[in-house]
Every structure is written in structure tokens, then in C-alpha cells.
Design a protein around this ligand. Structure first.
Ligand SMILES: [Zn+2]
Ligand SMILES: [Zn+2]
Length: 306
């Protein structure tokens, strides 16, 4: 009886594969009971488009035309998200006898503008959004999960001196703190039902011991406490397994330990979300189990989806 509250499709997200309907059919085939369809909300600034989203880059010098093409892409992102909602609700109805589909969104927090847009969007589309996956993918407005170079740029946006990978380094402390503060703003303002990839901030430093950064660690614990307080679910995300150096899903075991410390019997099921990610390369699913004796983060099943 697997279920997932976080997914993407190639139809509405450039870093995934397959049409939304194909994703749903696969979820049915894999006997999912509940499956959440959660494309990223649109981004609103030209500079926030990912390279693959920029339509046919033009030669240097064609700035205005390039602007035009990029602007079109920005516009496309918004239209694309509305088409996603239409299609997701159509599929929800069509496949209702076979699977419970939930329609949600995954947040972006690049600048405060994203949160302002999100407030407006949720107000205007209240009935069409079943739930929110609260995720942060940027620090200092720079993507932290795109590639290592970009991640290093985000890190370098903080002044902290040399030796960034030395435990306790100030630059890393500031970087992590900024990430957890952004996550906190999401938690405070939107109370997302699902907290997406809680510790994505160490995607490119999988062995990073967060406890070596006491300020950031305090912020992480604060976020977990506040999210538990209103009953959020913390996602177990299999995407990490495709990344170099990761041997566990997000979040890492140290973070899971904090999370479980704050779980009462009442919140027994709070750490139960898994992720179907039809990304390029090793498309996979992982299945987590929660038992009466507690929460365990282990992969009990994994298979190819394409
Ligand atoms: Zn996602
Ligand atoms: Zn994400």
C-alpha cells in the first residue's frame, strides 16, 4: 500500500519524464493507494529559469530578442502550471475508481516575491489545491540542487573565510542558516502539509554533520518543532539515492533522529511520505514503512519505473 505526496512529470516539469497520465498509470500499476501530483509553482523572474527552460538561446547581442523569448518562457511557466491543474483534476476524476489522486503544488522560495505570488495564487485557486509541498531549492536566490558549481556559488555568496568544509565553518553556518530560515518562513506563512526534502541544503555535501553548525542546527530543530505542532508530514525523498555520496533518502539519519524525538503517539504517522521521481537516469521508487514500534527509515522496495 505505497503512497506518495511528491511527484513530477515530464509533461509539466523539464527534469522529469513521462506524461502526467503515464505517471498516474505507473502509480496504479505499482498499486499506489494515494498519489500526489505536485508540480513546481511557476517562477516569476527571467533569471530564475533553468537552462533547459530557455527557448533556443540566441547569439550574443540579441538581448532584446532573447528577453522576448525568455519572457515567453516565464509566461509559459504560469500557463503550464494552470494546464497542469486542469489535467491533474481530469485524471483525478477519470482514475478515481483505481487510485486516490491528490492535486498539490511544490513551492519555490527564491525571493519574497515567490511567497507573495503564492499567497495570491492560493487565494485564487483555493478549491483546486489539495495540499502544499513546502520546499526550498535556493539560497541567496541561487539554486542549491542544480549542479555542484551552482551550489558552490550559493555557498560563496556568504562571507566566511577559507575552509568551508571544516566543521563549524562560518560560511557554511550562514548558508545552512539561510536555508533553514527560508524553510521557516514557508512553515510560518503557509503551514505546508508536507515538508519537502528537509535537508536538501547538504545535497552536495552528503557527509556534512549538521550538528557541527549549532546556529543552523537550532533553526532546523525549531522548524521541525513548529511543523510537528500543526501536524505536518516530513517527506522521505528517494531522489537523494541518485546523488553521489548519498546512501540514504532525504532526510539523513541525524535529522530523522531529531524528528522522531518530537513525535508523540498522536503524530505516529508523521514521517511516512515517499517519493516517486521519474527523473532522468535511475528512475526509482522507494517504499518506507512505519510500524507501531516507531519510525524506520529504510528502503523496503525499489524498482524501475521506466
Ligand atoms: Zn519536487
Ligand atoms: Zn523539490
Amino acid at each position: 500500500m505505497p503512497y506518495s505526496h511528491h511527484s513530477h512529470s515530464g509533461q509539466f516539469c523539464k527534469h522529469a519524464l513521462g506524461s502526467l497520465e503515464e505517471v498516474v498509470l505507473e502509480a496504479i500499476k505499482q498499486r499506489f493507494e494515494v498519489y500526489g501530483l505536485t508540480e513546481h509553482v511557476p517562477r516569476y523572474r527571467l533569471e530564475d529559469l533553468y537552462p533547459e527552460e530557455v527557448v533556443s538561446p540566441l547569439p550574443t547581442g540579441y538581448t532584446s530578442k532573447l528577453f522576448c523569448q525568455r519572457a515567453l518562457s516565464i509566461c509559459d511557466l504560469s500557463n503550464q502550471f494552470m494546464r497542469f491543474l486542469d489535467e491533474a483534476h481530469r485524471l483525478k476524476e477519470v482514475y478515481a475508481p483505481q487510485i486516490i489522486l491528490l492535486v498539490g503544488l511544490e513551492t519555490e522560495y527564491i525571493t519574497d516575491d515567490d511567497l507573495n505570488h503564492l499567497h495570491t495564487f492560493l487565494r485564487d485557486n483555493e478549491r483546486r489545491i489539495d495540499y502544499i509541498v513546502g520546499s526550498v531549492h535556493h539560497v541567496s536566490s541561487i539554486p542549491i540542487d542544480f549542479d555542484r558549481d551552482t551550489y558552490e556559488k550559493a555557498l560563496a555568496s556568504f562571507s566566511g573565510g577559507e575552509g568551508v568544509h571544516i566543521p563549524g565553518n562560518r560560511q557554511m553556518e550562514q548558508f545552512l542558516s539561510a536555508y533553514f530560515d527560508a524553510q521557516h518562513a514557508l512553515i510560518r506563512q503557509f503551514q505546508p502539509e508536507i515538508i519537502g526534502h528537509l535537508d536538501l541544503c547538504r545535497l552536495y555535501s552528503p557527509s556534512l554533520d549538521l550538528k557541527q553548525y549549532p546556529i543552523a542546527w537550532g533553526k532546523l530543530v525549531r522548524n521541525i518543532e513548529e511543523a510537528v505542532h500543526y501536524g505536518a508530514l516530513f517527506e522521505i525523498n528517494s531522489a537523494a539515492l541518485k546523488k553521489e555520496g548519498w546512501t540514504s533518502p532525504y532526510p539523513g539519519k541525524d535529522v530523522v533522529a531529531v524528528s522522531t524525538d518530537h513525535v508523540t503517539l498522536h503524530h505516529r504517522c508523521f514521517l511516512t511520505v515517499l517519493s516517486l521521481s521519474r527523473r532522468k537516469m535511475a528512475d526509482s521508487l522507494c517504499l518506507m514503512t512505519v510500524t507501531d514500534r516507531g519510525l524506520s527509515v529504510s528502503i523496503t522496495s525499489m524498482w524501475q519505473t521506466t
